[in-house]
Design a protein around this ligand. Sequence first.
Ligand code: HEM
Length: 508
Amino acid sequence: MELTYSLTACLAIFVLFIFSILLRNLASCAKNQPPSPPSLPLIGHLHLLKEPLNQTLQSLSAKYGEILLLRLGVRKALIVTSPSAVEECFTKNDIIFANRPRSLSSKHFSYNYTTISVAPYGDHWRNLRRLAALEIFSPARIAVFTGTRKTELMLLLRELMHKCNEGGGSTKVDLKSKFVELAFNILSMTMAGKRYYGENVADAEEARKARFLIREMLENSGRSNLGDYLPLLRWVDFKGLEKRFTTLMQRLDKFMQDMVDERKQLLAAGSNGSATMIDHLLSLQENEHEYYSDELIKGIIMVLLIAGTDTLSISLEWAMALLLNQPEAIKKIKAEIDAHVPEDRLLEEQDLPNLTYLQNVIKETLRLYPPVPLLIPHEASENCTVAGYHVSKGTMLLVNLWAIHRDPKLWEDPTKFIPERHQERRDDGFTMLPFGAGRRGCPGAGIGTRVLGLVLGTLVQVFEWERTSEEMVDMTEGRGFSIPKVEPLQAICRPRQAILQQHSLVPP
Ligand code: HEM
């Protein structure tokens, strides 16, 4: 008897489910929907999504349209590859698209959707952005940490110099790992006054454990899972995945809490306050304890560490790879630096505005290899229209900026590395948007470009660089949320004669 009831109930739920899908489809047919490829029952277009996603979506857009609607299981996704539609999304519809879709990984790695990168649009997120603009990314706050960025870079230069000395004048460098280490050290020194990579770490064992955790953190944050699109699948590996994420987040939380507690102890012992970003946030906590809770501070540090490390290290790696394949560009950077920076000192951040060719190299790198090629997904909080098409509430927005940056209608020789193309170009914001646009655009753009300019410029000022063999550097793009280089970049460096003569700059 009970079995009959259960079977009837299951059948009824199934019929209702199919009926609701039919009704939904009928309702959407009545409206002007964006074009869409043929889809399969239940999974919709999920089977079409092969990695690298940016390239697959580019092919689908070329076939079906620059504004494309995909059904990814229970979710709808609007794929936009047209600058005018992007402009509409981030101007007229900016508030509507200022939401983020929820996912299993964002739930676990965001203190329950409260961190700046995934919090829904609303008072809490607006407060976080205001706080970030004022207390973290304002020119005054960025200036406070100029010395920290410089010190970390000098440590890398010294390490390379030392290895060159040992290697009889030159050394082979694993640039991928060096850039991850440098980016993370810059950020962790800024946040907590601690470094986790290199010979100068305070506690080698603690740093080793932290490095494992950091790698896991970078690999898992931003991951999407099939269960986000097919809730039925959650029952298959849901428990295992949830458990893995929960354990990882517990360890991450402890890592962040230790950072905060250590700063509290140092401050209590009378150390110089406001020396790190955490100190500064703790000083705000003194006056507004409820708002500036430890959890809020941990969430801020975690997001900045993740958002900054990946983007900076990946961009530096692509930039150097492009330069190694085009040594004339290295010569031009060198000539520009030699013309604008006095011989007896290394490049400083304040030199960057005078180094336009270097800036164009950075722009061209971010055009060809934007580290967040589809932006962080946005979500429509209301029905709206884009390019005359109806977009329903809850639709996810993916802007394929990788495809826009390589669109032959917008760029001559789009796949070629030509820094000069940016010389006369007016920034219109929607044909080139490596940092996104609108309310949800990257708040770290200013500091990001500064770090890229400082690191890249100084490496070229101090060393001669060449490929490890006659062969061109392999430029195959990997899979994932950001565009990593499949082959980790290696290169050979040797100190420039002019720098060796100024020996005291970078002691071996
Ligand atoms: C080359 C360097 C960087 C690039 C290309 C970059 C790019 C981006 C992009 C495309 C987004 C998503 C925008 C959107 O969804 O519309 C983003 C968001 C974000 N970025 Fe960056 N980023 C860089 C460096 C940084 C750095 C150094 C930090 C902080 C230390 C940072 C912090 C953030 C945060 C907090 C968000 C989330 C904003 C929000 O949801 O309100 N980024 N970034």
